[in-house]
Design a protein around this ligand. Structure first.
Ligand code: GUN
Ligand code: FE
Length: 469
């Protein structure tokens, strides 16, 4: 069925600034057949929209789909997961007491290698896309594996399901097991180019799915491989994703493997290595950034590279508590990542909650104003989950909010209204709203107690991609 023009009615909530949510009530948002927002009006209803807006938009009165947020429901921008590993999805929750380097060898490389089986890859990737969409993730920056056909399949499946995505074929030619590594920098580069070409053919306008250059992390990439990937990024202007400064043993490995004599970097810091390889750019997504030094953070800021904060993973693998306030104060653009399966949760709403909690752990033991400053607010983590994420993945101004010219990547959130007798009027999961508690209370209730039961409908570029039954 051809898409219709759509009129969304009700309450809309989105981020206006890092620490400010905007509430639009009794509002309408008009979305055209291409999925673009063409009008936003406050204090408006269907009749008034038809009278005032439709003539201006040239819309046919009788050929419009109307979607109304009911009482206890609101529209919110779709979430952006700026860092996750699709092939690791079967492993969520399985990490025992491991830390990064033994976790990679024990759990992660075996599961990724197993996805070169196309049937298995199809099963896992279908599931991870469905699962993240059901949690309101309208855009995801995915790492796939070193296997090209299954990486390409992931991109195809995202396109078919309608999830916006960046899909990266993972590069790793050293410091990795024999059964799961690139045999040379040249073969890694060729495989990367093959996957890029496929994704470009699959979505020529790159309106939904884009390729992303993916050196796994410095330890698993040789200097020649990193240099060639940096060059490729410069030539193609494609985005880059990698990991940085997640764990102490990892950082020590970088220092050992990449002395300045080997890289011509200014020093042996993790960020300087990437910079010397041409991998620290404004289109680079750096996952974790837990233990950056002052000089490294300055370098990241100077290059305008972006950071994906992964609080669930950083806690699960006991990597550390990233200094989010410090990064934000430096003007570094940040978003949130689930980092499945380093993180166990598929939900960016949960990542937002975890970001709040981790910031409070940072506040503990830092009395007074310094501790208070560490705390991230509900408003701030929702910004990171939407607008911040959009900046991280290069989609600023295109998604992450409700503004004319942006695309309709959105979720309809429903909270559980409870009547006088205490009976739930709809399935609000763990969110019970007694009477009416006002919007300033509803949103934190959703952040702290919400889950996919509250995600009633999800759209990407105007297309309905998930509906909770
Ligand atoms: N560093 C290198 N590879 C990985 C990975 O798959 N997950 C995480 N969390 N860190 C990594
Ligand atoms: Fe990761």
């Amino acid at each position: 069925m051809a898409p219709k023009n759509r009129l969304f009615l009700g309450s809309f909530v989105h981020s206006k600034a890092l620490d400010e949510l905007e509430y639009l009530h009794n509002a309408v948002v008009c979305v055209d057949t291409s999925g673009t927002i063409v009008a936003v009006e406050r204090e408006c209803d269907e009749a008034r929209a038809k009278e005032i807006l439709f003539p201006r938009l040239g819309w046919d009165m009788d050929d419009v789909e109307v979607v109304t947020a009911q009482k206890g429901q609101f529209f919110f921008p779709g979430f952006i997961d700026t860092h996750l590993h699709a092939p690791q999805y079967p492993n969520v929750g399985i990490f025992g007491n491991s830390t990064l380097l033994d976790w990679l060898n024990t759990y992660t490389f075996p599961i990724e290698a197993s996805l070169s089986d196309p049937a298995r890859a199809r099963q896992v990737y279908t599931r991870v896309i469905r699962k993240t969409l059901s949690h309101g993730t309208t855009c995801a920056a995915y790492y796939a594996t070193i296997d090209v056909p299954s990486t390409n399949l992931l991109a195809d499946l995202c396109l078919a399901a309608g999830q916006r995505a960046l899909v990266g074929r993972v590069c790793m030619d050293q410091f990795s097991p024999d059964y799961y590594r690139d045999s040379s920098p040249e073969s890694a580069l060729a495989a990367t180019c093959e996957s890029i070409a496929h994704i470009r053919r699959a979505d020529p306008s790159m309106s939904l799915v884009r390729p992303i250059i993916t050196p796994r992390f410095a330890p698993s990439c040789s200097v020649p491989l990193m240099r060639q990937l940096g060059q490729l990024a410069a030539e193609t202007q494609l985005p880059i994703q990698t990991h940085i400064s997640e764990n102490g043993a990892e950082i020590a490995t970088v220092k050992k493997l990449f002395p300045p004599s080997a890289t011509s970097a200014q020093d042996d810091s993790y960020a300087a290595v990437y910079d010397a390889m041409g991998l620290l750019t404004e289109r680079t997504i750096l996952a974790h950034a837990v233990h950056l030094t002052e000089a490294e953070a300055e370098l990241v800021a100077a290059r305008n590279a972006k950071v994906s904060h992964c609080p669930c993973s950083n806690t699960a693998l006991t990597s550390g508590a990233a200094r989010m306030r410090w990064l934000l104060d430096k003007g570094i653009v940040c978003g949130l990542g689930t980092d499945m399966s380093g993180g166990y949760s598929p939900s960016i709403l949960a990542a937002a909650r975890h970001a709040v909690l981790v910031s409070r752990h940072r506040a503990m033991g830092r009395p007074g104003a310094e501790g208070e400053r560490e705390k991230l607010s509900v408003e701030e983590v929702l910004f990171l989950a939407t607008r911040g994420g959009a900046q991280v993945v290069g989609l600023e101004g295109k998604v992450g909010g409700f503004e004319v010219g942006m695309e309709w990547d959105a979720q309809l959130v429903g909270l559980g209204m409870v009547d006088e007798e205490g009976n739930a009027e709809e399935d609000g999961g763990d969110v019970d709203v007694f009477g009416w508690q006002g919007w300033e209370d509803m949103i934190p209730k959703w952040v702290y107690n919400g889950d996919d039961r509250n995600t009633k409908k999800v759209w990407v570029k105007g297309r309905l991609v998930h509906e909770r039954k």
